[in-house]
Each structure stands twice: as C-alpha cells, then as structure tokens.
Design a protein around this ligand. Structure first.
Ligand SMILES: [Ca+2]
Ligand SMILES: [Ca+2]
Length: 487
C-alpha cells in the first residue's frame, strides 16, 4: 500500500510515439494504412505510460491514420432487456441503412470488408466464434454499425487470442459497436481515436461484453499526428468489461507493471459512462489504471449507475499536475489560465464501487481509491456507495491544488480524504459505514438493509443531486445516503 504516497515523475518524452507516428503517416500516404496501424500499435507497447502510482505520463498511444468524417446513425430501444448496473438496457433498435452479413468464414478479410464500408452501413455478425489470428476491424467511414444478428452479446465472439493487437478501431464519427463479445486483444479491444478527417464524435458502445484485454479495454484519445482533433460525445452503456483470473497473466507488464484498466480516455469531452459492470482490473504487482479513467484535460464526463467491483481503482478524473493536457479558452473553474487541469466539471453519481476479492486486497497495491480526483475541478460526486471488506486507502479523495469538488450523500466504509491542497465541499456523507448495512457486501450487493443507518440520512439542500438511484428508483423527500434508495 505505498502507491498513493509516491511523488510525481516528470512527464516522459515520447520519441517512440513521434517516430512511429511519422512511420504511420508515411505508410498511410503510401496507401498502407492497415499495416502501419498495426505496426504502430505494437510499437506502442514499449512506450511509456502513466506511472504506476501517483505519477503522470502521457500515453498518447494510438494507431495509424485513415480518413473519416461525420454523418449519423445509431440508437437503441425496445424489446427484451438485459440488466447491468441495475438499469433496464433495451436491445438496439432494428437497423436502418444497408446491412452486410458477416460470418466466421469472413475472418481473414474482415479488415478489408469494413475498410470498404459506405456511410451508414450496418455489419451484422452471425453467431459464432471469430478466431481473428491477427485480423482486425478499422472503421474509417462515418455512421458504421457493428452488431450481432441475434442481439445477444454472447452469441458473437471476436477472439483476438492475443494475436490481434487492437480488435476494433473507431476512427470516424457516429459509429456504433453493439451486442457482441470481444476478448483477448493483445492491446485494446476497442480504440476510439481521431483521424486526419478531424474529430471522432458520437461513438456508441452498447451492450458489449469485453473480456481479458492485454491493455485498457476501451481506449479513447487523439491520434498522435492529429493534435487539434478530439474524440468527443461518446457513450459506453449497458456493457460488461472484465479482467478474469485467466486473463490477468496476459496483461502487458513490459514497460509499466499492470498496464491495463477499464475505460481510459484522454482529452475527451462529453462522454457518458452508464449502467456498466466493470470488474477485475488489478494485478498481483503494479497498480492498474482505474475502471473508469478520464484525464489529460477531459471535460463534462458523466459516470453513473455503474457497478465497479474488485478493481484496484474505481473512477479517476485527472491524474497528473503538469504535462500535455487539452486546454479550454473559458478558464474553467475560475482557475488561472495557466493552471494544469486534468478534468473539468463532470458528474460521478449513483455508482456501486466495491472490493472483496482477497487476492486483490492482498495484492501489492490493494484497493487504492474508490473515486480519485487528481487535478480535477468542479466535479460533482454524489450518492455513490464505496465499500471494501478489507483495506482501502481512500473511498473518495481530492488531490492537488487545482482540484475542487462537491461531495454529497456518499456512503463509504473508509475515509474520504483531502490531499495536497485540494478543496471540496462536503455534506451528507457517511465514511465509516459498517458492512452490516449492506445486503451482501462480500458479493458486492451494496443495496441497503432495512435497518441501515444510511436510510433517510442524506441532505436535500445541495443542488444537482440525482432524482433517482442506481436502480432507477425515485429518491424520496428524505434521500438515503449512497447509491441505493431503499424502497
Ligand atoms: Ca429515503
Ligand atoms: Ca433502490
């Protein structure tokens, strides 16, 4: 449990990224985008990244180039539902646009097929296991959808078998990836990035199952050679993202121990992360990235109704105190224009964040923090439940001078901490909750028992409190502390 106390290292200079970006550009110009993409991704492996701990790093890792643009398509609703995060997550609506059927026999030419997409095309994957063996999908056409024919995520398995690096790259706007399983990517199962066409907007990742990535399960960033472009306004919803005991030995340990995490976004604005279950992101040695991490100048992220269980860290906004972050001309949070801000505004509410796995708790870094605000300003943290059956350094922490937060009606078994000059306004929180308040703390069911002291113990005077709970139940006039309103 030394991780949280270590100081910063200076940001690394990423010569490898620069050089490989040049190589990627050359290949792209030569019309070899696919190979360059994969080569670049492999080289990323040896690149530096955030530091195991409190440190900064600037992993502007990403991939090749291709064009993109914007257009529209996507959306959901109607039919039978699956339940993740306590919400009803309806199947995707029927496709509109040209449909192209894909079968497991297409493996080996998937990259070519999708590279030929027209705007609005819908690729419908028939049930089966797609053993990719290096094949991959790169979307450079706007409005493309990838989805299963059955609508059941478990029926279509895109299996990278740790041979394919990135499995699905989204480098165009208004694309949807839905209702499939992606497993065993050597790097990222899904990577949303920008392109020479500009921003990548409105990505929808919906009802997906993502298992055992070698690095972060969903990576969101700016392509390294397109510095003024951003991947904004996306959504990850109703999905299950997990690192299992079988996958943990495959995590990239080469440059930084435990280079993995759930959702890792850089310089991205306006994303919504809701109704997901994210679990298992920890290693015996080395501190994993958070289950949900938005940093390097992200803004307006909403993280709500997720179940984050047995991860080394829950939700992270920001990380470093200096470096290459996206900046905003409106001097957010009233900070000095030159202040480094890792995350601006945003909401973290109605999440269950939990650890009880004895192997995680006994690991080198254990359960480090539930909600971690490092150089994050203007954040609204309300009605989360954060529980460890063992140790936990901080349930909620706000760290570094540019951090500011409103922390209201959160329920935790462990301390909430100010660190290094951060400021927060606290009200209605309980940070010494006994495990007996919860339905089943050992298994992660953090609903309140009928006798829980948290019931009706919240305040109502704060603004911006959620009107419902993690289950979608309405908050009554005397709100319960934590993510669950007991009915
Ligand atoms: Ca109540
Ligand atoms: Ca409830």
């Amino acid at each position: 449990m030394t991780s949280h106390r270590t100081g910063f290292k200076p940001p690394d200079v990423h010569w490898a990224v620069t050089i490989t970006a040049i190589i990627a550009t050359v290949f792209a110009v030569a019309g070899c985008k696919d190979n360059s993409a994969k080569e670049k991704d492999v080289s990323e492996e040896t690149d530096s990244r955030w530091e195991n701990d409190s440190t900064s790093d600037l992993p502007n890792d990403d991939t090749g180039t291709p064009p993109g643009d914007s257009d529209s398509d996507s959306d959901s609703d109607s039919g039978a539902a699956i339940s993740t995060g306590g919400q009803s997550c309806q199947p995707l609506s029927q496709p509109s646009g040209q449909s192209i059927r894909i079968t497991p026999d297409d493996v080996g030419r998937l990259s070519t097929i999708v590279a030929g997409a027209q705007p609005g095309d819908v690729f419908i994957f028939e049930s089966g296991t797609y053993s990719l063996n290096g094949d991959y999908i790169w979307i450079s056409t706007p409005g493309v959808t990838l989805r299963s024919a059955s609508g059941n995520p478990e029926d279509v398995i895109l299996d990278g078998n740790y041979q394919t690096t990135e499995i699905v790259t989204v480098a165009a706007s208004n694309c949807t990836i839905a209702e499939m399983t992606i497993q065993r990517a050597a790097t990222h199962p899904i990577h949303v990035t920008t392109s020479e066409a500009g921003d990548t907007l409105n990505t929808k990742i919906y009802r997906m199952t993502i298992i055992d990535p070698g690095e972060q399960a969903i990576k969101i960033n700016t392509h390294s050679s397109e510095s003024a472009t951003f991947a904004d306004n996306g959504e990850v919803a109703c999905s299950s993202i997990q690192l299992t005991d079988a996958g943990r030995p495959h995590v990239n340990m080469s440059a930084t121990p435990c280079y993995t995490g759930g959702i890792d976004a850089h310089q991205a604005r306006g994303w919504i992360i809701q109704d997901n279950t994210i679990s298992g992101f920890w290693c015996p040695n080395g501190l994993a990235e958070h289950a949900v991490h938005f940093w390097r100048g992200c803004r307006d992220t909403v993280v709500e109704r997720n179940i984050l269980t047995n991860n080394a860290r829950g939700v992270g906004f920001g990380m470093a105190t200096e470096g290459d972050a996206r900046t905003y001309s409106d001097t957010p949070c009233g900070l000095n224009a030159t202040a480094y801000v890792g995350h601006v505004n945003g909401v973290i509410q109605n999440n269950f964040i939990h650890a009880s796995d004895p192997d995680l708790l006994a690991s080198e870094d254990g359960f480090d923090c539930g909600v971690c605000l490092w150089s994050a300003c203007g954040v609204n943290v309300a009605h989360n439940t954060i529980v460890s059956t063992g140790a936990l350094f901080s349930s909620i922490e706000w760290r570094f001078q540019s951090s500011s937060a409103t922390v209201t009606n959160n329920l935790a078994t462990h301390p909430m901490r100010e660190r290094d000059g951060a400021t927060a306004t606290l009200a209605g929180n309980i940070d010494n909750a006994s495990l007996s308040q919860f339905a089943d703390a050992a298994s992660g069911d953090l609903h309140l028992n009928t006798t829980a002291a948290a019931i009706n113990a919240g305040i109502t005077t704060a603004s911006n409190l959620p009107k419902s709970d993690i289950d979608g139940d309405p908050r009554d006039a005397t709100p319960d502390v934590g993510a669950d309103e007991a009915l």
